[in-house]
Design a protein around this ligand. Structure first.
Ligand code: C2O
Ligand code: CU
Ligand code: CU
Length: 505
């Protein structure tokens, strides 16, 4: 049995346990495998082919790509309930333009992206372009916009000529509904092309997401405890598919653009038995690609990997990540799971491809360590006892705050002078990790934070601040002004109040 199918069996076992917990309602995977003859209900799912969706091993499909022409990309995005097939069964999800993920938007620096966004949900929504360095004002990347049910909004995002190339993404951002709408299926990739292309045989876009479905194929909501921990779906999908398959020829070099679109799940990825090279993280490119065995993505993070295909089959695995525990929960209530999950398999055989040119060095990244700091601040991320959430009756009995305050769109929490470089110490006084995300302006990690080459400037737009830990970042507030937000990218935490407003002007 291949490692892939073996671990799927483990996955089934887990789902069985979940079903017990979910009671009579049951979850999608509780009763029987989604496709093929499989095992009869109730029997252990451990006997050979047909026991899991991987037995079918569908080829990975990528979302439709829309590419800018003449410096402009114009399209309509409709957020609506729809039915898609996942693992051979019908699932009722919410998606952009009926596809999960939504279409991939391909841009170049200097381009203008125009989106007419229409809301066909029965609750408010809006659109955010995660990681893009564009104006948050007016019709731009404005997180305060409310698109009511049945309404549309015209967005215009203008990328500066020197916008860093990279892998970005879009998702709704209406406070109070963000985790729910991502978990339901609303997300898509954005690519900003490099000036000098990296020589590869092919590129792939891999959008990783998770969701939980009932046995009937409807979206299952989280418990109050799961909201406070940050919901993690029982199914982890790549491009909306479960345990899919990729093929390549020996000697192929692939560039994988990977997005963690899960509302709360951290991903520790490895391509078992192989080392790959890390080409980029969030934005821009590393100066030189670095060999890595595993890469960590907090929710919202992206990586670009160079995979040199060598004969054989390997599996892309997401290993569990310890992201802390709920305050006051002795031993229990620990998110993150305990078993590795197989995401897809890569099979390499056939004739050897012809060799490619070496990957040229990336441009020298800016380094704020040598620049003057106009102001220093501390932002503390905390979870406390009885929060106002208790009063809202949403079941979350804990408050989620930044510097002691829950989100209020009408209050300005951080006021900044345009053009300044600031240094922020992000502290976490809770026993759970908080991946901190700032809109519009990327952060350079100065101290703390996870690995990577230490001498090279480390840029990111989501920086994980470990439980009871701290990370210092510097941010250059130039070219763009306006009012936007920073928040924890465990989106349940954001929806429960762990978000602050920032105004640069
Ligand atoms: Cu990916 Cu404020 O969001
Ligand atoms: Cu964002
Ligand atoms: Cu958090």
């Amino acid at each position: 049995m291949s490692p892939l199918s073996r671990r799927q069996v483990l996955g089934w076992g887990l789902a069985g346990g979940v079903m017990t917990a979910a009671g009579a309602a049951g979850l999608w995977w509780g009763s029987r495998p989604p496709a093929g003859p499989g095992a009869p209900p109730g029997s252990p799912v451990s006997d050979g082919p047909g026991t899991g969706p991987g037995a079918s091993g569908e080829s990975l499909v990528e979302p439709e790509v829309f590419t800018s022409t003449g410096g402009v990309l114009e399209l309509e995005l409709e957020a609506a309930p729809t039915t898609v097939e996942i693992g051979g069964r019908q699932a009722r999800v919410w998606a952009f333009n009926g596809s999960l993920p939504g279409p991939t938007l391909e841009l170049s620096p200097g381009d203008t992206l125009r989106v007419r966004m229409t809301n066909r949900l029965d609750e408010p929504t809006n659109l955010h372009v995660h990681g893009l360095h564009v104006s948050p004002a007016g019709a731009g990347d404005n997180p305060f916009v409310r698109i009511g049910p049945g309404e549309s909004h015209d967005y215009e995002f203008v990328l500066p000529d020197d916008h860093p190339p990279g892998t970005y993404w879009y998702h709704p951002h209406h406070h109070g509904h963000v985790a729910e709408q991502l978990a339901a299926g609303l997300y898509g990739a954005i690519i900003v092309r490099d000036a000098d292309p990296v020589p590869v045989t092919r590129e792939r876009v891999l959008v990783i997401s998770d969701l939980t479905l009932t046995a009937g194929g409807a979206l299952a909501g989280p418990s109050p405890m799961e909201r406070m921990m940050g919901r993690e779906g029982r199914l982890v999908l790549v491009n909306g598919m479960f345990a899919s398959r990729l093929e390549a020829a020996p000697g192929d070099r692939e560039r994988w653009r990977i997005i963690n679109a899960c509302p709360s799940r951290f991903l520790r990825l490895s391509l078992e038995g192989r080392s790959v090279r890390l080409l980029a993280r969030d934005l821009g490119r590393l100066r030189e690609p670095v060999e890595v065995g595993t890469v960590d993505l907090a929710p919202g993070n992206r990586v670009e990997l160079l995979v040199e295909a060598a004969e054989g089959t390997s599996t892309l695995v997401a290993s569990p990540v310890d992201r802390g525990a709920m305050p006051g929960m002795m031993g229990g209530a620990r998110p993150g799971g305990t078993d590795p999950m197989d995401l897809l398999s890569l099979r390499v055989d056939g004739d050897r491809a012809r060799a490619l040119d070496d990957v040229p060095a990336g441009p020298e990244p800016r380094d704020l360590r040598g620049e003057d700091v106009a102001r220093r601040r501390t932002l503390d991320f905390a979870m406390g006892g009885m929060g106002p959430g208790m009063m809202r009756g949403d079941g979350a009995s804990m408050s989620f705050t930044i510097n002691g305050r829950e989100f209020d769109a009408d209050r300005t929490d951080v006021a900044i002078r345009a053009g300044d470089v600031e240094e922020w110490t992000l502290t976490n006084s809770s026993p759970m990790d908080h991946p901190v995300h700032l809109h519009v302006w990327p952060m350079q990690v100065i101290t703390g934070g996870d690995g990577g080459p230490q001498d090279e400037p480390r840029w990111a737009d989501v920086v994980n601040v470990p439980a009871f830990g701290q990370v210092a970042v510097r941010v250059a507030f130039d070219d763009v002004t306006g009012r936007t937000v920073l928040h924890c990218h465990i989106l349940d935490h954001e929806d429960l109040g762990m978000m602050a407003t920032i105004e640069v002007g």
